[in-house]
Design a protein around this ligand. Structure first.
Ligand SMILES: [Zn+2]
Length: 338
């Protein structure tokens, strides 16, 4: 039998996407479902187990089998795969998701923070490959972060490291969902950039801003980027504000950690061209010369697949640490003909 596949899952608050991933990071098939938590924990777990079962069946249809499962999901996840706090999936708060799924599916399961999964995916198979040490910033509805140091994911003592979106850039600034004020996320996320725009337009005209009716999960940031490219000055200024705030934080990060690079992921990273000039200008002022010159800024290469592929790769790493891949690839039973 060929080398086993690993399931990677990106489990978000509204959508769950998963796929079968090879050891070299290729996504060979994928599925998605809505994340249904309204009926409580047990029905949600049953949905998730069925989803994994469908992917295992997909592998079986192709004559392959699944060696393990990696799940990336928002929140603070312990190294044992306990979801300690998840703002978007509160049904899982305090729940030992990895152990429970292992019991139900009979496969090793690793659960990690979703931004960490994205960082690991880009580091192993995407834009982070040239870097030994880098931070991946996910600019989407919020701002997520994952830190890779010397090709190891830095999770911190409790699994909560990497929350660069909640580094403070303005002590008197906008109130953040985390309870703090002036977090980077409030200026550099899709919602933050649209809010900057609304503030600028409302201040100027006193009228409702033209983007107030824009909807979608990005809060109108894609439409705003188009407006900026057409020359809308307030739109351009809103992306510039995001760039400036990101440059402030990354200057501090460069001085603290002397990283090789920054990988920008998530929906807003498609507008990196609108952010980068102010980011680089601010970074040049904030970072010391040597770490500032070292830091390369690049866009992610894996898009929406990064979280799936990264979660799978992290599961595979766990399996290899346990010596599982040796068992899975050429298990003793196979060798013995059993
Ligand atoms: Zn915050």
């Amino acid at each position: 039998m060929s080398a086993p596949l690993v399931i990677g899952i990106d489990l978000g608050g509204t959508n769950c996407r998963g796929g079968l991933v090879t050891a070299s990071g290729a996504l060979v098939s994928s599925r998605r479902m809505a994340t249904e938590t309204g009926e409580g924990l047990e029905p949600f777990l049953q949905h998730l187990v069925r989803f994994c079962g469908d992917l295992i069946a997909d592998a079986g249809d192709g004559g392959q089998r699944v060696a393990g499962i990696g799940i990336g999901t928002p929140g603070v996840i312990s190294s044992e795969g306990v979801v300690q706090i998840s703002p978007n999936l509160s049904v899982l708060n305090g729940f030992p998701l990895a152990r429970e799924l292992e019991n139900r599916l009979g496969l090793p399961v690793r659960v990690v923070n979703d931004a960490n999964a994205i960082a690991w995916g880009e580091g192993e198979f995407g834009a982070g490959r040239p870097f030994s040490s880098f931070v991946a910033l996910t600019l989407g509805t919020g701002v997520g972060g994952g830190l890779v140091l010397h090709r190891r994911l830095w999770l911190g003592s409790d699994g909560s490291a990497g929350e660069i979106g909640h580094v403070m850039v303005d002590a008197e600034g906008r109130l953040c969902g985390c309870g703090n004020r002036g977090c980077l996320e409030q200026y550099a996320s899709a919602k933050g950039i649209v809010l900057s725009y609304r503030n600028l337009v409302e201040r100027k005209s006193g009228n409702d801003p033209p983007c107030s009716g824009w909807g979608g999960s990005d809060g109108g940031a894609v439409a705003l980027a188009e407006a900026a490219r057409r020359g809308d000055l307030a739109a351009r200024a809103s992306f510039a504000e995001a760039g400036r705030r990101l440059g402030q934080v990354l200057g501090g990060v460069a001085n603290l950690l002397n990283l090789d690079g920054v990988v920008f992921c998530g929906g807003v990273s498609g507008s990196l061209d609108l952010i980068l000039p102010d980011l680089e200008d601010e970074l040049a002022h904030r970072a010391f010369a040597i770490p500032g010159a070292r830091l390369r800024i690049v866009a992610g290469e894996l898009g929406e697949q990064a979280g799936i592929v990264g979660a799978a790769a992290l599961a595979l790493e766990l399996l290899e640490e346990d010596g599982f891949s040796a068992r899975a690839g050429t298990s003793k039973e196979d060798v013995d003909g059993g």
